[in-house]
Design a protein around this ligand. Structure first.
Ligand code: GLY
Length: 428
């Protein structure tokens, strides 16, 4: 009998980016038996433990192509939004590489909120009513049309700082005035959920739903951040959530992008609100979310390199649905004092050893001149733990947080706490 053909063998993989998402992806790729040579550009001190880091600018498509050639990379995974929106995936694809990450045209679904609304409109995807505004007069009229709480979104990429949700009309107008073009929309009530789908442009495989915590302080107080923690799965979410989002959001969006001749190959991130009027899309992103990725990847049983390679090479049908380990995962972000304003850099960090249940993901760390680990960004680390259920994952995560030495940092104490007792939502 002949042995089965192994179709997806991305032996050499290059991950582009240097944050927590890229470290989490690298950890997942390192677990895939098909991946025998793992590289990051530029990576961080966490990825350096499991991959070879290369000092290459993630925005420089030509330098990345030269590196991918030198490595004979089978697969290039682009993590952050900025290189995607800048067209780095196009440069690598034109050079013949299999790339996981959308083209510049498809990444516009994250790069322009107004474009995302056009796609949703054309595809019949449910989302908040909105107005695109370029003048203070238009912004004022849109704010008054929708009323408080006001939702003002910078049209373009803003490194997690583009969205302001406030009851203060003056602050809403000021944010609008600070952006060239804004999308002002009706406020969506209800819990927010992130659902990611891995897609080859035609077929999409949904991941498990996750939830992140955007506000800086306990009890969802204070300004928005890139995300202070995450957990997955969501014990309170309706059983039909994934199937409904796949059918009403992911598939129509992917079809619309393909119909326009700009197929989306990569990770489509649907940020959703489960409102009293039904499911609505809050936003799309064109890449893995951060810190949701940190809790999803450790739970994924499907080999990560093989599924990303299948997506990048248009052969996702060969993979079948994604499979998952039992249990739950919780991630707690440790941020540097001052974040999300100006974070203090250079504070020393000492880390406990990773265990079978808990590990530390590096997001904003560096080595100082003496080779000591220090903080170098706003969100510095994510402590991630798995457990049989959400309560045990949460307990293990906070137990490890307590053993991290990071006097210059802070974290939220209530990640996944209310989810333990949240009443189940049964319908969408
Ligand atoms: N979790 C939010 C983001 O990745 O944008």
């Amino acid at each position: 009998m002949s042995s089965p053909t192994i179709l997806n063998t991305p032996a050499t993989v290059l991950v582009v980016g240097n944050g927590g998402r890229e470290h989490a992806l690298a950890l997942g790729l390192a677990r895939d038996p098909a991946v025998t040579s793992l590289h990051c550009a530029p990576g961080n001190p966490g990825t350096a433990r499991i991959a070879t880091n290369h000092e290459v600018d993630p925005l420089d498509g030509h330098a990345l192509t030269a590196l991918a050639r030198e490595l004979a990379a089978d697969l290039v995974v682009i993590g952050p939004e900025a290189p995607l929106v800048a067209g780095v995936a196009d440069v690598l694809r034109a050079a013949g590489f299999v790339v996981f990450g959308p083209s510049r045209d498809a990444a516009l679904i994250e790069g322009s909120k107004a474009f995302a609304k056009q796609i949703m409109d054309a595809a019949g995807v449910p989302t908040a009513a909105s107005r695109v505004c370029t003048t203070p007069e238009q912004a004022a009229a849109a704010l008054d049309e929708f009323g408080a709480p006001y939702v003002v979104k910078d049209d373009g990429l803003a490194a997690g700082k583009g969205v302001v949700v406030t009851d203060d009309r003056v602050a809403a107008l000021a944010h609008a005035a600070s952006c060239e073009r804004v999308v002002i929309e009706a406020y969506l009530d209800g819990p927010e959920v992130s659902l990611f789908a891995i897609t080859d442009g035609t077929v999409a495989l949904p991941m498990r739903p996750a939830q992140d915590f955007k506000r800086v302080g306990d009890g969802d107080q204070g300004p928005n951040t890139g995300g202070m923690g995450a957990y997955s799965p969501l014990p309170w979410a309706p059983a039909s959530l994934v199937e409904t989002v796949q059918r009403t959001v992911i598939e129509p969006t992917i079809s619309e992008l393909a119909r326009r001749g700009t197929p989306f190959v990569g990770l489509l991130y649907a940020g959703l609100a489960l409102t009293s009027k039904g499911l609505r899309v809050v936003e799309f992103n064109a890449r893995f979310g951060d810190p949701e990725t940190q809790v999803l990847i450790p739970q994924l049983a499907t080999p990560l390199g093989q599924v990303l390679y299948a997506a990048g090479s248009g052969r996702l049908t060969e993979m079948g649905p994604l499979t998952w380990h039992d249990g739950a995962a919780v991630g707690v972000v440790l941020a540097a004092r001052g974040y999300p304003g100006t974070p203090e850099k250079g504070a020393p960090i000492t880390l406990p050893d990773d265990t079978d249940t808990a590990h530390v993901v590096h997001a904003g760390t560096a080595l100082d001149e003496q080779g000591r680990l220090v903080a170098s960004g706003g969100r510095v680390l994510t402590v991630v733990a798995r457990g049989d259920d959400l309560a045990s994952a949460r307990e293990a995560a906070y137990e490890m947080v307590g053993r991290v030495g990071f006097p210059g940092g802070f974290h939220r104490d209530d990640i996944a706490l209310s989810a333990l007792a949240a009443p189940a939502i049964t319908t969408l």
